[in-house]
Ligand binder design. Sequence first.
Ligand code: ADP
Ligand code: ASP
Ligand code: MG
Length: 458
Amino acid sequence: MKFGGSCVKDGANIRRSAEIVRDYARRGCRLVVVVSAMAGVTDGILEALRCAEEGREDEASDFIEGLRRQHEKACEQAIKGEELREEVWRKEIEEIDELRKLLSVVAYLKEVTPRVEDYALSFGERLSTRIFWASLIDQGVKAEYLRGWEAGIITTDDFGSAKPLTTITYQEIRKRLNPLLERGVVPVVTGFIAATPDGVITTLGRGGSDYTATIIGGALKVDEIILWKDVDGVMTADPKLVPDAKPIPRMSYDEVVELAYFGAKVIHPSALEPAAKENIPIRVKNFYNPSVEGTLIIREAEADTVKALTMIGDAAIILASGVGSSEALSANIRLLDLLCRLGIQAIMVSQASSQANISIAIPRKDLEKALKAIRREFAAGELKVDYEDGICVIAVIGSGMRGRPGVAARIFNAVAGEGVNIKMIAQGSSELNISFAVKEDDGVRALRAVHRAFELNA
Ligand code: ADP
Ligand code: ASP
Ligand code: MG
C-alpha cells in the first residue's frame, strides 16, 4: 500500500498512517509500504533549486531551515520512543545537511542539471519514509527501511521521468523483498525515487510514488494495491474544480489510463500498467475517510456512458495549414514527427478531411520551442503556421460511449448552453474519450456544465 503526500503531511498523519499499517500487519497481512514525501516538500525542493540557481541563496537557506523544522516536528509526533527518535533525527539531520551542501554547490555553479534535480528531489522521500518506518518500529511492527533502489527499482537514466528496466527490476524486487516478507518484516520503501544500474539516483516523474507501488505490486504479484490519498477515490472530476464531484465505485484500467493521461492528478499515468499486466486490482482510498470503499480499478468495469471528466490547463494550439492539399499531408506528418523529435507531447490532434489543416494542442511551456523549430524545419511558404495561447483541454471519459450515439451532442450542447466557444474537438480511436479545447478562462465553466449534463453531480 502507498501513502501519498497528504497522508504524511505532518507527524500526526504519519503516526495514523503507520497505525493503519500496524492493523493490517496484526491481521496477518503480508504487506509492503510505499511512502511519498511530506506534502509540499517536492515542490519546495524544486523551488529551492531555482533560488540557488538564480543566486537567491538566502531563500534556499530559509527553505532548508523550514525543512528541518518540519521533519523535526514530524519525528516528535510520529515517534514516541526517545532513543529511536534521537537516532532517526541524527540520520535526518545528516541528509538535510547533504541537501544544504548540494544547494550551495548549485548556487556556486548557477546550474541545475536534470541529474542534479533528481538527486535533490530524492531527499523528500528519504526523509519522510525514515520517519514512517520508525513510527512502525515504535508501534511494535517489524519493519525495514529501504530506498527505492534498495528495494530493487532500477531505471533508465531519463532523469525526471525514468522508466523502470522491468526484467531486472522485477527480479531484484523479488530477491530483496520476498525474504523480508517471509520473515514477517514489513518493507517500507521510498516512493518516486530509484537508480540506474550504475547507482545514479533517478525519479519516476511527478506523482511517481503511485508507480513505485504498482511496480512492486506487479513484481510480487500481490492480491491488491491500495493507494491512500486525500479523496474518496477516483472522482467524476477533480473535486477542487467541481465541488459536487462524487467517487466512482469501479473503473477499468483503460478508463483510468485515459483520465491520468489527460492530466487528472489523482494517479500517475504509467502506474496502471504493471497492475493491468498482472490483473491486480488497485483500490484508491481516502486516508481521512477510511470507512468509505473508495474506487476499485480492475480489468472490466460497468460501461457507463460518461464516468469522469478531466481538464488540462496551460495549453496552446498550433494551427498549421499546408499550401496545396497534395503536399499538405506530408507536411502534417513532418510536423507531428518534428514535435515528437522535440519530445513535445501532443495533447490532442485534429485534422480536417481536406488534409490541408491540422490543429495540435500542446503544453504551453513547449509553444515557443515548437514554433522556433517549425520555422527552422519548413521553408517559407511551405506551411502556414498560426497559434492560439491560453487554452485548456477537457476530456470526457467512459467506456460506455463506444458505439452509443448522442454523447458528443450532449457534451457540445452543454458547453454551448454556457455560451462557450469550442476551439478544437477530437475523439480517441478507442472511443473511450471525447476531448475538446476551449479558452482557459472558460474551462471550469465548461467542465461544470458537462458534469451537470451527464448527471455526475453528487
Ligand atoms: P497523493 O500524492 O496523495 O497520492 P495526489 O495529491 O497526487 O495524491 O492526488 C490526489 C489529488 O488529485 C486530489 O486531491 C484531487 O485534487 C486531485 N484529482 C484530480 N482529478 C481527480 C479525480 N478525478 N478524482 C480524484 N482526485 C482528483
Ligand atoms: N513526491 C513526489 C511528487 O510530489 C512523488 C509523489 O508524491 O508521488 O511528485
Ligand atoms: Mg500523487
